[in-house]
Design a protein around this ligand. Structure first.
Ligand SMILES: C[S@@+](CC[C@H](N)C(=O)[O-])C[C@H]1O[C@@H](n2cnc3c(N)ncnc32)[C@H](O)[C@@H]1O
Length: 391
């Protein structure tokens, strides 16, 4: 008796980009199950010139029967047509795919494999490395004082299914878990070191209800319409194509559910005394991020992006994290780490002069001075936006 098929996949061909995509799980028990797929692949191959792209970024599983069928078509086409090049686009999120398809390059050198996220958003590497962890911890501690009250105004309540996308070290997920007792909580990030840290913190605090997963926010393996509430904090501002991420957040949100994002407008960080120097440095910080294709001015633009992504009932507000929120030293710690990370690594990477770096550092030091001054005031504004996916 034939075993029931474990396949559940979609194949698409985009003629404009000469891109053949396979999404899902391809595990046929018999070659005949792939008839339609093979036919589409062969007719697509017959019509292309130059490079043919095979997108397997979201192909989660593939058995040997399917691999041989796909490989056979690609190898045959390349040996019949030496002008043809096949680029198989894999993702590090689906660990086996680069290795498996990479073997085809030995059979025919015109078949190459490109792991599209191996050099992902180069500017973001600053934000994915271990040294960013203490900053994220203190930042979340300070923003939570505000957000725990703000979140219910955006639809957060107990018992929801929640996803926190670009979760970083997972502190926000832990706080949400404790405060709002979700029915399910998934936290996704593309930094293995941050996720490792997040898992360790959860284990240390005996929290077992959070599913931490490695993934790419722009190409999530999560299925459509699963979550009542999707959060994505301080992350749209670091993507050069925030609309692509929002599209994914929209996709995984249930109709009637809400997506909640927070972002900054960094040039509006402020402080007194020494306001002028502080202002200069944060204006420059905004330009520094723009140099690496990141938009730290994104906050007030969130409404436009949410409306254009198809959300309705868009709600927006902003809050100011200040030195008066709690221990002023916490605020000072954040600013100190910004100075190290931005005036240190990032500014150096851009090739800034020693004079520039000195002045750039001074603004952070003045912000810190204002935060700790007995009559001083220092602030960091954050914008919150949420939108409903139409029912
Ligand atoms: C500025 S941090 C914010 C982290 C966290 N949401 C918070 O507020 O503390 C941005 C996060 O986005 C993650 N990230 C960057 N690119 C990503 C991608 N393509 N997919 C998933 N996560 C990504 C980084 O690893 C980092 O943890």
């Amino acid at each position: 008796m034939a075993k029931p098929s474990q396949s559940s996949f979609v194949v698409k061909y985009d003629d404009n980009n000469q891109e053949f995509s396979i999404i899902g799980s391809m595990r046929p028990q018999d070659v005949s199950e792939l008839e339609a797929c093979t036919k589409l692949l062969e007719t697509s191959l017959a019509g292309v010139r130059g490079t043919f792209y095979v997108n397997v970024k979201r192909l989660v599983r593939l058995n040997n029967i399917a691999f041989h069928v796909l490989a056979g078509s690609l190898v045959r086409a390349c040996s019949e047509r030496p002008d043809l090049r096949v680029a198989v686009i894999t993702s590090s999120v689906v660990g086996w795919s680069t290795r498996k398809f990479g073997a085809l390059n030995k059979v025919n050198p015109n078949i190459v494999v490109e792991e599209y996220d191996s050099e992902f958003y180069p500017g973001q590497s600053f934000l994915e490395e271990g040294e960013f962890i203490p900053i994220l911890r203190t930042q979340t501690k300070m923003t939570w004082r505000h957000e725990r009250n703000i979140l219910p105004r955006h639809g957060m309540r107990e018992g929801l299914t929640i996803a926190d996308i670009c979760c970083g070290i997972g502190d926000f997920a832990v706080l949400v878990y404790k405060e709002f007792k979700p029915a399910r909580l998934v936290a996704l990030d593309h930094s293995r070191s941050s996720l490792g840290y997040a898992r360790k913190v959860a284990a240390d605090f005996g929290i077992q209800g959070i599913e931490y997963i490695y993934g790419d926010a722009a190409e999530m393996l999560l299925e459509d319409e699963q979550f009542d509430f999707v959060t994505c904090r301080h992350a749209l501002q670091i993507f050069n194509k925030p609309d692509l991420i929002l599209k994914e957040l929209f996709r995984i949100c249930k109709p009637g559910g809400r997506v909640y994002v927070t972002n900054e407008k960094i040039s509006q960080c402020l402080g007194e005394p020494r306001g002028e120097s502080i202002q200069w440095t944060y204006d420059e910080l905004s330009k520094l991020f723009a140099h690496f294709d990141m938009d730290l001015e994104f906050g007030p633009k969130s409404r436009k992006f949410m409306v254009e992504a198809g959300f309705d009932d868009v709600r927006m507000e902003s809050f100011m994290v200040t030195n008066l929120d709690g221990d002023p030293q916490d605020f000072a710690d954040i600013v100190k780490s910004w100075e190290e990370l931005f005036a240190g690594g990032m500014s150096q990477q851009r090739g800034d002069s020693a004079e520039f770096v000195e002045k750039f550092r001074r603004g952070f030091q003045d912000h810190l001075f204002a935060a700790l001054h007995p009559k001083g005031y220092a602030g960091w504004p954050v914008w919150v936006a949420s939108g409903r996916k139409p029912a």
